[in-house]
Design a protein around this ligand. Structure first.
Ligand code: FAD
Length: 382
């Protein structure tokens, strides 16, 4: 008998990134007793570790819609998420509400940002334009070439690595079983219901299964059932500088990249978006481009030694939107994947939505918008 065959969880979660771990916590808080996470490597060490931790839907969004709505709801959930996690685990995930600036270096940049600020304020979101001089007063190290800036006070940041640590500790403290270095190859499909998963020659039977495997989601077979969800890994490379103390107040965007200042003096610089399969590495070209982008934002960073560099794989679905919910005709399986550039931001709302569906049988209206069936329809239409 294998290691897993005697376990029969109420919920099996495949993938121990920020999404899988948050769903596990939400299920536990709603009274689910037997929760198992199976992780092919170490929990929280893939995309969720590589991220910059920005909670910034407004800075990156050019139009209103369901995605912005979901992102804003998740951002609103963050203060409570952070304080409860601190009470539960003693780990401060460093939710930082200093806000985000998007710098303009030309009149075109100003016009683009003014349009964004204008529709967002009309939609009731907090946003403003400031002059170049005002921007430099707020951030003394930014370039003298900056001619203006948009300010998004509610676009925050969090220390995503501490977030993963806190979620992992929550699991340990609350009897959530975590199996690391255990890779699921296939889901077990019995007559249109997923009843567990295969791990090597072993298998684990479960009442419900959540697919939270990030960029690797479509490598997992669903028995004879072919899932319509295709996930593409989009590599993001980052570099990091280290200064003695924090030198920027805000997250600072430019048209070519961003700086994320951490409390301990680290300055994260991101990020590339590359199609490189599952190869995680840093390339000389990307490191050079990221260095240039940092120096364009803040010339005083030139000459600083790169203290660290890394890369991660963002999970991107065919339309770039999250995949949340169930496939019609396939019971027992929930998708929680495809969070692409916003998985840290979307973790609290994803966790709550999936846990409510499993525990209370209440499907979120977001399942209609972000459910996996939308790809089946797209495929059928050619
Ligand atoms: C450079 C970069 C910067 C980013 N910046 C931000 C940001 O500022 N803000 C933001 O909100 N988001 C950001 N993101 C995106 C964010 O990191 C992701 O959307 C998020 O981490 C996705 O979480 P996840 O749990 O789905 O994926 P992951 O963290 O990748 O976790 C998936 C887990 O599933 C496991 N797994 C996969 N296959 C199997 C299997 N067969 N069996 C068992 N386990 C399996 C993997 O090992 C992995 O640990 C960034 C990403 C990158 C790369």
């Amino acid at each position: 008998m294998g290691q897993f065959s005697s376990i029969h969880p109420e919920v099996l979660i495949i993938g121990g990134g920020v999404i899988g771990l948050t769903i596990a916590r939400e299920l536990h808080r709603r009274g689910v007793g037997r929760i198992v996470i199976v992780e092919k490597g170490i929990c929280g060490e893939e995309s969720s570790w590589a991220a910059a931790g920005m909670l910034g839907p407004q800075a990156e969004t050019d139009e209103p819609g369901n995605m912005l709505g979901l992102c804003v709801e998740s951002r609103i959930a963050y203060p409570d998420f952070a304080s409860s996690l601190f009470e539960e685990t003693g780990i401060d995930i460093e939710l930082d509400r200093s806000g985000t600036m998007c710098l303009a270096f030309s009149d075109d940049d100003v016009a683009r940002l003014e349009r964004r600020v204008s529709w967002q304020t009309a939609a009731g979101l907090n946003a403003a334009m400031i002059t170049g001089a005002e921007a430099r007063r707020a951030e003394p190290f930014i370039s003298p070439e900056v001619v203006g800036s948009a300010l998004f006070p509610d676009d925050w940041q969090v220390e995503n690595r501490k977030l993963c640590k806190a979620l992992r500790r929550y699991a340990d403290l609350n009897g959530i079983s975590v199996f690391e270095n255990a890779e699921v190859s296939e889901l077990i499909n019995e007559n249109g219901k997923i009843v567990g998963a295969k791990i090597g020659i072993d298998e684990i039977k479960s009442e419900n299964t959540v697919l939270a495997a990030g960029a690797w989601t479509s490598l997992i077979k669903i028995g004879s059932f072919s899932a319509p969800v295709r996930m593409t890994p989009v590599r993001g490379q980052m570099i990091m500088f280290r200064t003695a103390k924090r030198s920027f107040e805000h997250v600072v965007y430019s048209p070519n990249g961003y700086l994320v200042p951490r409390n301990d003096g680290r300055i994260l610089v991101g990020a590339t978006s590359e199609d490189a399969g599952y190869v995680k590495e840093n390339t000389d070209v990307a490191v050079r481009d990221l260095t240039r982008s940092a120096e364009t934002i803040a010339p005083q960073l030139s000459g600083l030694k790169i203290a660290d560099k890394w890369s991660g794989l963002r999970p991107r679905s065919a339309d770039g939107l999250p995949v949340l919910g169930r496939l019609v005709g396939l019971g027992g399986l929930y998708f929680a994947t495809g969070h692409y550039r916003n998985g840290i931001l979307l973790a609290p709302r994803t966790g709550e939505t999936i846990a409510r569906a499993i525990v209370d049988g209440v499907d979120s209206s977001y399942f209609d918008v972000f459910g996996p069936d939308r790809f089946r329809a797209a495929n059928a239409n050619g």
